[in-house]
Every structure is written in structure tokens, then in C-alpha cells.
Design a binder for this molecule. Structure first.
Ligand code: BTN
Length: 237
């Protein structure tokens, strides 16, 4: 076991904490509450006290970087599934539950680079009830317990996640095969967005390529491979 976990009561963001604190690789910070939790594309990540796992870990930014985010998504999916909630991976790095009326997110991942180090931040919604989410998120978010899983503590979930991640970072073939198996995106009608405020271009997700890019087909028949970081997708109603 290479990781060690530091527990904080409150912090702005565990990613920001690790950026300003020189800790060795595989040091992880778990906060009971974040006052300025960050999501991708400058979004806010709601981090109410004790209801979710808010964790960041310092990793080497070496050759494994390209598949670090997929490895984290596979590790997170294993944790959520082991806690008893049915879930899949939405390209590129959200863990979601499939409901008849669409996808609901229960985990997000944010990787940031700082020189030689990668800061991998992950938030899992563990035991929120519907009313614990802000009104505008109630239709799009869910938690492990809302999906029928058991109410694990953030500490337990963090330990599970880091153990899974440690085994996966040296096994890229397993990461790809498991990512492909559980990725719910291929075959879906989607909107491709280059910027958060874009309305999105309608497309059909075709398949996941070996480099984790997503092949899509637009309505005019044109195809494109989307790389993580270049575009985001959301399901089309
Ligand atoms: C996303 O869904 O867009 C990514 C969410 C990442 C949230 C986690 S919670 C722990 C770490 N600290 C942060 O400020 N963000 C990440």
C-alpha cells in the first residue's frame, strides 16, 4: 500500500490544498467539507459536510498520465458498484446511474497538472437524499444510497478508491477493457459541446477508441474523434 490519507474537517478545495502543500506522491487529502469545491470547466462542486467523499491525491505526472483519468473512473465505478449501486461510466469521466428519464451523476473527477505532479480530485455523492441537493441539481445528480447502495463513510470509500487505483495504475489493459465494458456512451444520441455555454451539436456516439477518444457521427454524416478536454457531451432528450 503506497498511499496515506490526511483528514481535514474543512478546506476550500482538496485539489487546491495539495497544490500549495508539498506532500510526497500518493499522499491523499480527504475533507469532510469543502467551501469551494471545484468541478471541470470552472463549475462548482457541491460538498456538504459528511455526505460525500471529497478526496485528492498527488500522483507522478509521468507516462501513465494519458490514462490516469480513465483509471480513476474505473476505480470509482468499482467502489460505487461494491457499495451496491448500479452504475456506469459516462465518457469521459463521470460515474452515472441510468434512469428511464436519463443519466444521473454520482461522481466526478478533476485532474490538474502542477509541474511533475498530477493532482487527481474525486467527489463521490455517498449519502445525499434528494432534498440535500440544491434544487437545480435534483434532476441530474444522485447518490450511492439513493441508488440502493449502502451508506459508507467517506473514510471507507476513500480507502477503497485508493486501493483500487493503486492496482489499476500499473495495468493499462485492464483499465481499457473495464472502461470500455462499462462506458454507457456509445450508441447514445448526444450533444457535443466545445464550451460550457454552447448549445451543443447533435451527434450519435459511435465507439470508444483505444486512446479513450470518442468517435461520433454528426447529422450530416461527418465523423470525428473527440478527445478528453476538447469537448464534453450530454445526452439528447
Ligand atoms: C466534475 O464533476 O466536474 C469534477 C468534480 C471533482 C470534485 C472533486 S471533490 C475533491 C476535489 N476537490 C475539488 O475541489 N474538486 C475535486
Amino acid at each position: 500500500m503506497r498511499h496515506s490519507i490526511y483528514i481535514l474537517d474543512e478546506v476550500d478545495s482538496t485539489n487546491e490544498y495539495l497544490k500549495r502543500t508539498p506532500l510526497p506522491e500518493w499522499s491523499a487529502v480527504l475533507a469532510r467539507r469543502q467551501t469551494a469545491g471545484k468541478g471541470r470547466l470552472g463549475r462548482r462542486f457541491e460538498s456538504p459536510e459528511g455526505l460525500g467523499m471529497y478526496l485528492s491525491v498527488v500522483l507522478p505526472a509521468d507516462g501513465s498520465l494519458a490514462w490516469l483519468t480513465p483509471a480513476a473512473a474505473v476505480a470509482a465505478r468499482r467502489v460505487v458498484a461494491a457499495l451496491g449501486a448500479e452504475c456506469g461510466i459516462k465518457w469521459v469521466n463521470d460515474i452515472i446511474a441510468e434512469r428511464p428519464d436519463g443519466w444521473r451523476k454520482l461522481c466526478g473527477i478533476l485532474v490538474e497538472l502542477r509541474g511533475e505532479r498530477a493532482i487527481l480530485g474525486i467527489g463521490i455523492d455517498l449519502r445525499q437524499r434528494e432534498e440535500d441537493f440544491p434544487e437545480e441539481l435534483r434532476e441530474v445528480c444522485t447518490s450511492v444510497t439513493l441508488e440502493g447502495g449502502r451508506a459508507a463513510s467517506p473514510e471507507e470509500a476513500a480507502e477503497m478508491f485508493l486501493c483500487e487505483l493503486e492496482t489499476l495504475v500499473s495495468d493499462e489493459n485492464t483499465v481499457f477493457s473495464e472502461y470500455e465494458r462499462y462506458c454507457v456512451t456509445p450508441g447514445k444520441e448526444i450533444l457535443v459541446k466545445r464550451l460550457p455555454q454552447d448549445a451543443g451539436v447533435p451527434a450519435r456516439a459511435l465507439r470508444l477508441a483505444r486512446d479513450y477518444s470518442l468517435e461520433v457521427e454528426y447529422e450530416d454524416g461527418r465523423t470525428e474523434r473527440l478527445r478528453a478536454g476538447e469537448a464534453s457531451i450530454r445526452p439528447r432528450e
